[in-house]
Design a protein around this ligand. Structure first.
Ligand code: 7TS
Length: 416
């Protein structure tokens, strides 16, 4: 379906969408591939693959340096990608968009460049119990270095944040609130706008991990009012090795770079270096130019399809999958929040999650088994690992049926 046709219709043509993703059309272990591991990484539409190929076929050069035509083209493509990311997040300026390797690097950059200089002995960083390790460990490292304390906002049985504990935990010493928009282990969509507003009232810097939100919902950083927002290209149908850190300009001006080198300077002498303005100050060295080009193509793809429509499609998949999996005996859902993105996590009584994953793979169904880099969530529910099906814009109701048929088979084989 053409872009224009897509934009005009409200019908979600999932088969048309699937035709854009070459990798989906293959058999795995003698079965049609059912890819339900989108939370780990999503597949790439041809538009992304072609954009990267075209960049290397026609435009490859280094950015911001050469005077020749290819260098100018590469620079233009790279900076256009920044503008595309700005539009995607509705940032006020493209200068507030920093290209990084992914969410992990984005959070480490904020922890080191913004938080470390802010934190004194006895200050506090508040995170939540449902964070991915990449939104825990960098804060632990910085807290340790600065003599600061890490505080944790707990979750309840459903996997929702216990908001009533926020005021108790966000006190006079709290400098940073870092929380995920959507939980990768539970699917919970957090009320980030409300928490950002409450944190801002207390003068707390807010850092949002949008790794699992960017593929599933419209994001408007100005409406949210956050100071920082991070996401990874590879989870939003773009390439690996590229991601975005949005930062509000007043904070970016204050933030320190944590890598020095080329590209990030205005003037260097042996006595002193003057840094470039944001975002270049934070982009030392040759960046992932082809990655940025691919990311721009991915963001254009999802924007054209429309995140509202994608969200509706995925909600239908999630509701159908939740109902169907619940109907099976001996399965416990982990994460039953009232607001969820397309993530279904569960355990089968008496069967290890890895065995579920392996048997499902024999059926051609790709799901994730493990702790999902969220060990504190596993601890909360008293399990070592769970099985997770995570949906993307190309999944179908028939694939949910394949998931459920696979789970029946697991129960049969394992006698569960
Ligand atoms: N934050 C969240 C909420 C995530 O889900 C992930 C990756 C990250 C941060 C880190 O992103 P990266 O691109 O820098 O690695 N989550 C997962 C997952 O759920 N399964 O594999 C990776």
């Amino acid at each position: 379906m053409s872009d224009a046709a897509l934009a005009q219709t409200d019908v979600y043509d999932v088969e048309g969408v699937r035709a854009d993703f070459p990798i989906l059309h293959q058999e795995v272990n003698g079965h049609p591939l059912v890819y339900l591991d989108n939370g780990a990484t999503s597949q790439k539409p041809r538009a992304v693959i072609d954009a990267i190929g075209s960049y290397y076929l026609h435009d490859n050069s280094n950015v911001h340096r050469g005077v020749h035509t290819l260098a100018a083209r590469a620079t233009e493509s790279f900076e256009q990608a920044r503008t595309r990311a700005q539009t995607f997040l509705n940032a006020e300026s493209s200068k507030e968009i920093i290209f990084v390797r992914g969410t992990t690097e984005a959070i480490n950059l904020v922890a080191r460049g913004c938080a470390a200089p802010l934190l004194n002995t006895g200050d506090e960083v508040l995170i939540t119990e449902m964070e991915h390790h990449s939104n825990i460990v960098p804060w632990q490292m910085i807290c340790k270095e600065q003599g600061a304390q890490l505080r944790v906002l707990p979750i309840d049985e459903r996997g929702e944040l216990m908001l009533e504990k926020f005021d108790e935990l966000a006190g006079a010493r709290t400098r940073i609130l870092a929380l995920t928009h959507v939980s990768n282990a539970l699917g919970t969509i957090n009320p980030v706008a409300e928490l950002i507003a409450r944190a801002r009232d207390k003068g707390i810097v807010t850092v949002i991990d949008g790794a699992q939100a960017a593929p599933h919902m419209n994001i408007d950083v100005q409406a949210l009012g956050c100071d920082f927002y991070a996401f990874s290209g590879h989870k939003v149908y773009g390439p690996t090795g590229i991601g975005v850190l949005y930062g509000r300009m007043p904070l970016l001006r204050e933030m320190q770079p944590y890598e020095g080198g080329g590209e990030m300077i205005r003037k260097v002498s042996f006595e002193e270096t003057l840094y470039a303005e944001p975002p270049h100050k934070f982009e030392a060295g040759t960046p992932n130019i082809a990655g940025a080009v691919g990311l721009a193509a991915a963001l254009e793809y999802v924007d054209t399809l429309g995140l509202d429509r994608i969200a509706r499609h995925e909600q239908a998949l999630l509701e159908y999958a939740t109902r169907s999996v619940k109907a099976l005996d001996g399965i416990r859902l982990i994460g039953t929040a009232r607001a969820k993105a397309g993530i279904l996590t569960f355990i089968i009584d008496g069967v290890h999650a890895h065995d579920v994953g392996t048997i499902m793979d024999h059926e051609g169904v790709a799901i994730r088994a493990g702790h999902h880099c969220a060990m504190p969530v596993m601890k909360k529910y008293g399990v070592a690992a769970t099985t997770r099906a995570s949906f993307g814009l190309y999944n179908t109701l028939q694939e949910v049926d394949a998931l459920v048929a696979g789970l029946r088979k697991v129960k049969e084989i394992m006698g569960a």
